[in-house]
Write a protein that binds this ligand. Structure first.
Ligand code: ADP
Length: 498
């Protein structure tokens, strides 16, 4: 096995990878920016190297600096995590040339799947169902004609897009020209490439994705599906496995299709094939992500397979020791992304210092985080505080467990989406599994807190503050009959802490 691995990332995914390395007896090298000097991934790694200012371009995206640290620290491999350099073909290539193992697929697989237009072609050749759309990138002249042929509503998508960015929905012909212009200019400024393609817009689809894993000896398996339909701004907030909309026949079919796509690019490592599924259960290829995904824990919880550990073993050249029929699905897992953001203000990030944080725990509860009391959520990076994952025997009991866990979660100092997540978990349609990508838009009521939600949070916060500041006075207020009074007291004691 490798002796030492460098983790070219930060936050919870860096911590997740360091833990996997510890379990495999591998030494770890962290890299960090100015803002991340006092952070958990730095504290947990065996060695840590400062690589530059907080702006990602000068640190976590600085390929040469990272390679240099890998060489200096004698790391034999680099795990890129997700985001940053994870799907950067040039970086994977540089690693190879420098004799450092890139823990992920080959630069060629990244290249083929990185461009959405090329990925669509590969899927088409592999006889994978595709959303109706343009053959490839479109010029301004042909775009209008093709859009009419596909039929409105259509989606304009950036070929180089990702992370929910670079997409525009156009409902009718009058809006097309203006939208195309804006889509191109957004694509140019976000991705440095203004080529776009068109896709038929599927109304209220579900987002279903298949986790796949392949070794470098030609074996590629799937680890079933994840449902990621609860999204804001085309970005996932709640994920679960299995999906309540998939039966075993469809699961097998989607799994086979995903493996077929992965085989078409000789895939190695962990990857995800994403589909959208219409109300009739027809599914269409969206894209393939050639990296570990944020939501991988729900798959780990229902299969018992440690995906990150396997990524490392595969990169070392090991063979997968199990076959498709050995992989069993057990129970149900749900993940909530806990963000420092304000759902009432269109989910804008709410950076700041976390005065006090206490994550829930208990049987079947996993909190993947790198945040501690005193940590800071900065505007430089994604404002995710943690990923809260629960496992239980059924979907119903998993939701109940998530409600209980979220009620215990205390984050003081910044606005969070915890109340919003709780309201989704308590929503009748969500509980029935009646979800699609339009779920949040259809329920604006979920964005604003009714006072009833505040009570348990305040009780929890009161207990936390009492412990933190020894305020015996607050204890007298239990049970909370007047939360306004309590909140005033909390504001006082929070100021004391600051
Ligand atoms: P990204 O790479 O930016 O994540 P994707 O192509 O994976 O972009 O799409 C992200 C989300 O956007 C999907 O989960 C879905 O909610 C929505 N979406 C994408 N394409 C379509 C489409 N043709 N019709 C309806 N919704 C779509």
């Amino acid at each position: 096995m490798f002796n030492k691995i460098l983790i070219a990332n930060r936050g919870e995914i860096a911590v997740r990878i360091i833990r996997a390395c510890n379990e495999l007896g591998i030494e770890t090298v962290a890299v960090y920016s100015d803002a991340d000097r006092p952070s958990l991934h730095v504290a947990l790694a065996n060695e840590a190297y400062h690589i530059g200012p907080s702006a990602p371009g000068e640190s976590y995206l600085a390929k040469e600096k990272i390679i240099e640290v890998a060489k200096r620290s004698k790391a034999e491999a680099i795990h890129p995590g997700f985001g940053f350099l994870a799907e950067n073909e040039g970086f994977a290539d540089m690693c190879e040339k420098e004799g450092i193992v890139f823990i992920g697929p080959s630069p060629e697989s990244i290249r083929l799947m990185g461009d959405k237009v090329t990925a669509r072609k590969i899927a088409q050749d592999a006889k994978v169902p595709l959303v109706k759309g343009s053959e490839g990138a479109v010029s301004d002249v042909e775009a209008n004609v093709i859009a009419k042929k596909i039929g409105y509503p259509v989606m304009i998508k950036a070929s180089a897009g990702g992370g929910g960015k670079g997409m525009r929905l156009v409902r009718n012909e009058e809006d097309f020209e203006g939208s195309l212009r804006m889509a191109r200019s957004e694509a140019r400024s976000s991705f440095g490439d203004d080529s776009v393609y068109l896709e038929k817009y599927i109304e209220n689809p579900r987002h279903i994705e298949i986790q796949i894993i392949g070794d470098s000896h030609g074996k590629i398996l799937h680890l079933f599906e994840r449902e990621c339909s609860v999204q804001r701004r085309h970005q996932k907030v709640i994920e679960e496995a299995p999906s309540s909309a998939i039966n075993s026949k469809l699961r097998r079919k989607m799994g086979e299709v995903a493996v077929r796509i992965a085989k078409a690019v000789s895939y190695r490592g962990a990857g995800t094939v994403e589909f959208i599924m219409d109300q009739e259960g027809n599914f269409y290829f969206l894209e393939m992500n050639t990296r570990i995904q944020v939501e991988h824990p729900v798959t780990e919880m229902i299969t018992g397979i440690d995906i990150v550990r396997w990524m490392i073993r595969i990169a070392y050249g090991e063979k997968l020791t199990f076959k498709q029929s050995d992989i069993k699905m057990n129970g149900h897992a749900v993940e909530c992304r806990v963000y420092a953001e304000d759902p009432e203000m269109n989910f804008i990030p709410s950076p700041g210092k976390l005065v006090y944080v206490r994550a829930p725990s208990g049987p079947g509860i996993r909190d993947d985080s790198s945040i501690l009391s005193g940590s800071e959520i900065t505007h430089f990076y994604d404002p995710m505080i943690s990923k809260l994952i629960v496992w239980s025997e059924t979907r119903e009991s998993a939701i109940k467990k998530m409600i209980s866990a979220l009620r215990e979660y205390i984050v003081l100092g910044v606005k969070t989406n915890i109340g919003f997540l709780l309201r989704v978990m308590n929503n009748e349609e969500f509980q029935k599994g009646d979800i699609d990508t339009g779920f949040i838009d259809r329920h604006p009521d979920l964005l604003t807190p009714p006072s009833i939600d505040i009570k348990p949070a305040l009780v929890a916060a009161a207990l936390a503050m009492r412990n933190a500041s020894n305020e015996a006075e607050i204890a007298k207020e239990k049970p909370v009959s007047n939360w306004k009074l309590l909140s005033r007291k909390l504001a006082v004691s929070r100021n004391n802490l600051l």
